[in-house]
Design a protein around this ligand. Structure first.
Ligand code: P6P
Length: 334
């Protein structure tokens, strides 16, 4: 390994003392997520070949069952996080109930919530998709399996969060509350290598991401804000550019690096918004804030919302701080 390449595992160990609870367990947990991401990446990259190797739900030329990729990704994460002994309970978009982990030896301190493959409907058209994860310390007493209570903590209690984007390259971005760092997978050595140190998102920018097909159903303030984004005004760099892939991790990652705002407001079809609080909004709100951005439901800070149930949805505005604040103003005034 040449001197200037730093792998994810080297970085995690180096930064271990940053953790409020300096223990090897969180380092091991983060490393396990990295391993699962590499395995998921291998299958996601083959997706286009599934029809040659065998359709989802059928068997491939080797006679192996070809799983739907989001189920495959879910299984990889559950398996990686169950075997290390750090996790007592998990919550996944793919599982109605929590996944309790029985572990004989030692005390399982951590709770992990995840969306194993967000935007998976984009796989067939080769658009970028992602894995999102959120990590807490257990709050339930005892050292046995964790409970729903452990999963229903507000986002401000997260000890780590991040995502993997499977795109033109595969990048893992995470925070433990001391800044945001990105690691690009180098397939030639099978390692995530530090490529985006200390990510800071611009306070102002020119990209807005929203599904304008739902405009008729938007709250008045959001309609006005979208109109503002389209207005002509050199002094405020308008009109902005509309960029919406329909894959949250991909839209979020672009806006994190270039600046921008992503909005999924309440609509008639999704009165509480579409994105899930626990394993989509909270983890990316933690990343956004650590990168100098902002994330609210249009009024309240996402990380302060006390969850009521595992799969609850939340309206979401997330990205460049000043853009989110302005969108909130439009909402408050209309
Ligand atoms: P719409 C993908 O299904 C997803 O959950 C997010 O990744 C994405 O941002 C959103 O839904 C897109 O929803 O209603 O605009 O198609």
């Amino acid at each position: 390994m040449n001197g200037n390449v730093k792998t994810l595992n080297q970085f995690i160990i180096e930064r271990q003392d940053d953790f409020q609870y300096a223990s090897g367990d969180l380092s091991r947990l983060l490393s396990d997520i990295g391993t699962a991401a590499k395995i998921i990446n291998r299958e996601v990259n083959k997706a286009g070949l599934v029809n040659i190797l065998g359709n989802h739900g059928t068997t491939n030329v080797q006679g192996e069952e070809v799983m739907k990729l989001d189920i495959y990704a879910n299984d990889q994460l559950i398996s990686a996080l169950s075997s290390g002994g750090e996790v007592c309970v998990m919550g996944s978009e793919e599982n109605d109930d929590v996944i309790q982990v029985e572990f004989k030896e030692g005390e399982c301190k951590y709770v992990v919530l995840f969306d194993p493959l967000d935007g998976s409907s984009n796989i067939d058209v080769n658009a970028s998709i992602g894995t999102i994860f959120s990590v807490y310390r257990r709050v339930s007493k005892g050292s046995g399996p964790g409970t729903v209570e452990d999963c229903l903590q507000k986002g401000a209690q997260q000890v780590a969060a991040g995502y993997v984007i499977y795109g033109s390259s595969t990048i893992l971005v995470y925070t433990t509350g001391n800044g945001v760092n990105g690691f690009t997978l180098d397939p030639s050595i099978g390692e995530f290598c530090l490529s985006h140190p200390n990510i800071q998102t611009p306070k102002d920018a020119k990209i807005y991401s929203i599904n304008e097909g739902n405009e008729a159903q938007f709250p008045a303030g959001i309609k006005k804000y979208v109109e503002y984004c389209k207005g002509e005004d050199k002094a405020t760099n308008r009109p902005y550019s509309s960029r919406y892939i329909g894959s949250f991790v991909a839209d979020f990652h672009r806006n994190l690096l270039k600046g921008g705002i992503f909005i999924y407001p309440p609509t008639a079809k999704t009165p509480n918004g579409k994105l899930r609080l626990l394993y989509e909004a909270n983890p990316l709100a933690f990343v956004a804030e650590q990168a100098g951005g902002r994330a609210t439901n249009g009024k309240d800070r996402i990380l302060d919302i006390v969850p009521g149930e595992l799969h609850q949805r939340v309206p979401l505005m997330i990205g460049s701080e000043n853009m989110v604040k302005l969108a909130e103003d439009f909402l408050a005034k209309n």
